[in-house]
Design a protein around this ligand. Structure first.
Ligand code: C2E
Ligand code: MG
Ligand code: MG
Ligand code: MG
Length: 287
């Protein structure tokens, strides 16, 4: 009897594992199809300057609406793309789309997330340059975001690619700083322009002094190394005030805006500009 139940348990596991493999296979074929047929999309999340006056940048975030399953989170399909080798094509699709759209906001920097395996691709730097040229985007307007996982792979290749991009004027941001296994020595070794503090420190914010101390220290460290600091995942006025008091340069998060479709972004930019104009008007009347 034990043997029988053992066998049935085994067949249960093996069939569900098989189902998982098949489902993953199906999903990755559908993702391939979405990349090839322009069925992906990009949402843009604004970043504002520390004084709140300027929208400085937009982070491009991949979106995929599956015909049956609806919106699938990038937290799910980006790792799938990385595993199945689709990430290079997916990443180039996002970059091209972001550069094409960037034409509409000539005064804004566009931040694009790049996976380590894209960085290791021998033609990555050329592809980025070709894309910038195709859409007449000055390299200074592109910021490439990498996470700490970039340090786990071929350090030399990545460092070389980063330096080439940087020499051309492209900015490099370290995303989700503090969430991975960063060693401080990497901050010296890699030419980051920007440091994005991981959201988890802000989420832990209300728990007490530790998270605040860490945020404060990250800002001070980044500034001492000449980097611009972005606070991301800002959801409350308390978080915003704390970041600003401690010298954070740029703010991104639901408190400012969620990632937006292009029409919604257009509205956001108009309303933001009107708010600023109204504040200026009030200020000059008060004088
Ligand atoms: P990320 O690059 O750190 O992007 C920020 C994520 O935090 C986005 O999630 C954004 O919607 C979310 N977020 C922004 N503000 C807030 C906030 O105030 N509260 C909360 N709770 N969340 C906030 P999203 O769009 O789901 O993307 C998740 C991750 O997927 C990204 O994290 C990035 O690592 C990856 N990803 C997205 N698009 C791409 C892409 O085109 N290429 C690559 N390689 N990765 C991408
Ligand atoms: Mg990012
Ligand atoms: Mg991040
Ligand atoms: Mg992330």
């Amino acid at each position: 009897d034990a043997k029988a139940s053992g066998r049935s348990r085994w067949s249960f596991f093996s069939s569900s594992m098989q189902e998982q493999v098949l489902a993953k296979d199906k999903l990755s074929r559908e993702l391939r199809h979405a990349i090839d047929n322009d069925l992906l999309d990009v949402a843009y999340q604004p970043q504002i300057s520390h004084d709140g006056r300027q929208v400085t940048s937009l982070e491009a975030l991949a979106r995929w609406r599956h015909p049956e399953m609806g919106a699938i989170s990038p937290v799910r399909f980006i790792p799938l793309a990385e595993e199945t080798g689709l990430i290079n094509d997916l990443g180039m699709w996002i970059l091209r789309r972001a550069c094409r759209d960037a034409d509409q906001w000539p005064h804004l920097t566009i931040a694009v997330n790049v996976s380590p395996s894209q960085f290791k691709h021998p033609r990555f730097v050329e592809q980025v340059l070709e894309t910038l040229e195709t859409f007449s985007i000055p390299p200074q307007r592109l910021e490439i975001e990498v996470t700490e996982s970039v340090f786990a792979s071929d350090e030399h290749a990545i460092l070389t690619a980063m330096k080439r991009l940087k020499d051309l004027g492209v900015k490099i941001a370290l995303d989700d700083f503090g969430s991975g296994y960063s060693s401080l020595s990497y901050l010296r070794k890699f030419p980051f322009d920007t440091l994005k503090i991981d959201r988890c420190f802000l989420t832990a914010f209300d728990d007490g002094a530790e998270a605040r101390a860490i945020v404060k220290t990250i800002i001070a460290l980044g500034k001492a190394l000449g980097m611009e600091i972005v606070g991301e995942g800002v959801e409350t006025i308390e978080q915003l005030d704390f970041l600003l008091e401690n010298g954070c340069d740029r703010i991104q998060g639901y408190f400012i805006a969620v990632p937006l479709t292009r029409p919604r972004l257009k509205e956001f930019l108009v309303v933001h500009a009107e708010d600023i104009a109204a504040q200026k008007h009030t200020a000059s009347n008060a004088q």
